[in-house]
Write a protein that binds this ligand. Structure first.
Ligand code: UFG
Length: 325
């Protein structure tokens, strides 16, 4: 079976291509390489182009004759979206609409969509159930919600089958060391802590030490990227088995504070991590943790990695990563 993976040169996309390949499926990567990397396309071919180019997308869908689509390609930085909303609506909403239209024309019926816990905004309840009201507080979160709404109506009206996966904090690296996280600029906590531990940048700024949490720092639900990748494979099989379209949380149900993460890195690295307290970052909720039990049952999917596994695999990647990065 052949699977079109938009954004397959990116962090979660590339790990998912590896999982697809290992399961005997054939990934075809569509990526504009704006944030993804050519070196990360190690399984399957790369089609270099942009989802905003509707004609090209239509042609790709007709010619590749895929059995399903996993749609990662999107701009995915909350802070950037607050400064450039237009980019987010063009890339994430117009791009997704072009893709869905091209799928219909080519007769491709199944799509797994990268959504985000950013659709919930500031949660009223933690762990966050999947039925929790969606009230995004950033253009990024809004575009992900609009993606979900398009899926729903393309399902009702055009018969598309879909799974929307609302990720919490994707983290960690390929356990074999073949892939890892590499953003430019980097804004995510775990890579920043790693680089501070390696002396590649200054101290980690702890954004907020006065949150209403046990140690005063913000709590997130960190989920290993290899577990995420496996969930995508299961979601696709769910659709191929003819089961219902659904939105799901992808998290572990366990929260860790910024200080927990720093301590875990210190333990693995065997050295202290330089750190300084800083003001809260605008738009950061105090606590985001998934209620993900329903997801595990529905997809028959088990988590294999905890925070220590996340930090160990990420540390190996950051410490040993190839000179081209
Ligand atoms: N943090 C710091 N210092 C840093 C960077 C981050 O203290 O230098 C803190 C943040 O304030 C937050 C936690 O570490 O409490 C995690 O921050 P990340 O930037 O790694 O991740 P976010 O939780 O902000 O972002 C994630 C996803 C987004 C998604 C968002 C939803 O990466 O795609 O959750 O709010 F939209």
């Amino acid at each position: 079976m052949r699977v079109l993976v938009t954004g397959g040169a990116g962090y979660i996309g590339s790990h998912t291509c590896k999982a697809l390949h290992r399961a005997g499926l054939d990934p075809v990567v569509l990526d504009n390489l704006s944030t993804g990397h050519r070196w990360a396309v190690k399984w399957g071919t790369l089609l270099h182009g942009d989802l905003r180019d509707a004609q090209w997308v239509r042609r790709v869908l007709k010619e590749t004759r895929v059995d399903g689509v996993i749609h990662f390609a999107a701009s995915a930085n909350v802070g950037e979206s607050m400064a450039d909303a237009r980019k987010y609506f063009e890339n994430n909403v117009a791009g997704t609409l072009n893709l869905l239209g091209a799928m219909l024309e080519a007769g491709v019926r199944s799509i797994v969509f990268s959504s985000s816990c950013a659709v919930y905004g500031i949660p009223e309840q933690v762990p966050i159930p999947v039925e929790h009201p969606r009230r995004p507080i950033s253009p990024y979160g809004e575009t992900k919600l609009m993606g979900e709404k398009m899926l729903r109506w393309f399902g009702e009206v055009h018969g598309l089958s879909w799974v929307a996966l609302r990720y919490f904090n994707a983290a960690g690296a390929d356990p074999d060391g073949e892939l890892g996280e590499s953003h430019d600029p980097e804004t995510h906590l775990i890579p920043l802590v790693m680089e501070a531990a390696l002396g590649k940048r200054g101290p980690v700024r702890i954004f907020g030490t006065d949150y209403p949490t046990p140690d005063g720092t913000a709590i997130r639900d960190y989920i290993h990227v290899a577990d995420l990748a496996e969930a995508h494979l299961r979601a696709l099989r769910h659709l191929w088995d003819g089961k219902e379209s659904v939105a799901l949380n992808l998290g572990t149900g366990r929260g860790h504070s910024v200080l927990d993460v720093i301590r875990a890195v210190e333990a693995v690295a065997g050295r202290p991590v330089p750190q300084v307290p800083a003001d809260r970052r605008a738009g950061d909720p105090p606590e985001l943790v998934a209620d993900g039990a329903g997801t595990r049952a529905l997809l028959q999917w088990e988590l294999r990695w905890d925070l220590n596994g996340i930090v160990e695999t990420a540390w190996r990647w950051h410490k040993d990563r190839a000179p081209h990065l």
